[in-house]
Design a protein around this ligand. Structure first.
Ligand code: NAD
Length: 288
């Protein structure tokens, strides 16, 4: 069996087209342009590329984006001052702090400083708490993108055993919280595996849905995948100037029933969900 390829580029484009008309309607109705402020500290080339593609996506969807670029030797206080200014700016609806931050800055302190109503990455403890309780204000972009891919590919999620490899605050943990909730796109039985998990393959072989968010190129091999499983590859790794995922795509596609490629899988979905959250933030902050 060769797996169906879950085309994140095409699915995200459909979502962005729909969002563009929602943004146009919102602008016409309120006169407000949803505005994402991106903060980039330092010269990390990958971060600069990510921020640029997020900004470009904003522009093509009718959202405003501004970039606040700070030097690598920015102090934590200087960054916190900028966050305060953006928190208070009435025309800024979403704040994105591109990670990683330079080592002199405590990432947690900075992310906690973003006002929850503008926290379009859903990293603030208040927003994480709301997700855990099943009443989200914003859904975190990458986990939400994964969930949307599962739904768009008509994967049976309710009752399925979803195994997530990776327990990061950005992907693994919030995704587990989302898939285990009651309701559409959820109701799964979720297992979270990580670097201390024993007999990993024994667990992954039980997965109806296997999600890899590890950061190790081609970590998930064919002998870890149950025939017919749906495999979602969150990983983005640069190997010999090529982007590869956390899944050995060529081998696993012969076993899985459906699989996301890298690139053009989860990556573009993350951006689409960020745009969606920026519109949601503008709605929440605009009295109609
Ligand atoms: P992270 O480094 O914070 O977490 C990696 C997780 O993998 C950890 O929880 C760790 O326990 C687990 N792990 C590491 N080695 C393991 C092993 N041998 N066995 C089992 N588990 C192991 O990474 P992250 O931020 O969650 O990102 C994971 C990957 O996803 C990276 O490649 C990153 O670039 C990519 N990513 C992609 C997007 C996107 O938009 N597509 C967004 C965020 C992250």
């Amino acid at each position: 069996m060769t797996a169906k390829i879950i085309d994140g580029a095409a699915i995200s484009q459909q979502i962005r087209d729909k969002l563009a008309s929602e943004v146009a309607a919102f602008r016409a109705q309120t006169g407000v342009i949803p505005h994402l402020a991106a903060v980039l500290v330092g010269e990390n080339p990958a971060s600069a590329v990510y921020v640029r593609s997020k900004q470009k996506a904003c522009e093509t969807t009718g959202l405003k984006s501004t970039l606040h670029k700070l030097p690598a030797d920015t102090t934590q206080q200087q960054l916190l001052d900028l966050i305060t200014q953006l928190n208070q700016a009435p025309d800024v609806h979403g704040i994105l702090v591109q990670l990683p931050l330079p080592k002199q800055i405590d990432q947690q302190v900075v992310l906690d400083a973003v006002t929850p109503l503008k926290d379009v990455d859903a990293f603030h403890p208040e927003n994480v708490g709301l997700i855990a309780q099943g009443r989200p204000r914003f859904l975190p972009c990458t986990p939400h993108g994964v969930q949307q891919l599962l739904m768009a590919s008509a994967t049976q999620i309710a009752g399925a055993h979803a195994v997530i490899i990776g327990r990061s605050e950005i992907v693994g943990k919030p995704l587990a919280m989302m898939l285990v909730q009651k309701g559409t796109g959820a109701d799964a039985t979720v297992t979270v595996c990580h670097s201390r998990t024993r007999n990993l393959a024994e667990i992954t072989l039980q997965a109806d849905i296997l999600i890899a968010a590890i950061g190790v190129p081609r970590f998930v091999t064919a002998n870890m995948v149950r025939p017919g499983a749906v495999v979602i590859d969150v990983g983005i790794n640069r190997v010999d100037d090529k982007l590869v995922g956390d899944v050995d795509f060529d081998a696993v596609k012969e076993i899985a029933s459906a699989i996301t490629p890298v690139p053009k899988g989860v990556g573009p979905m993350t951006i689409a969900m960020l745009l969606k959250n920026t519109l949601t933030a503008a709605r929440l902050q605009t009295k109609s």
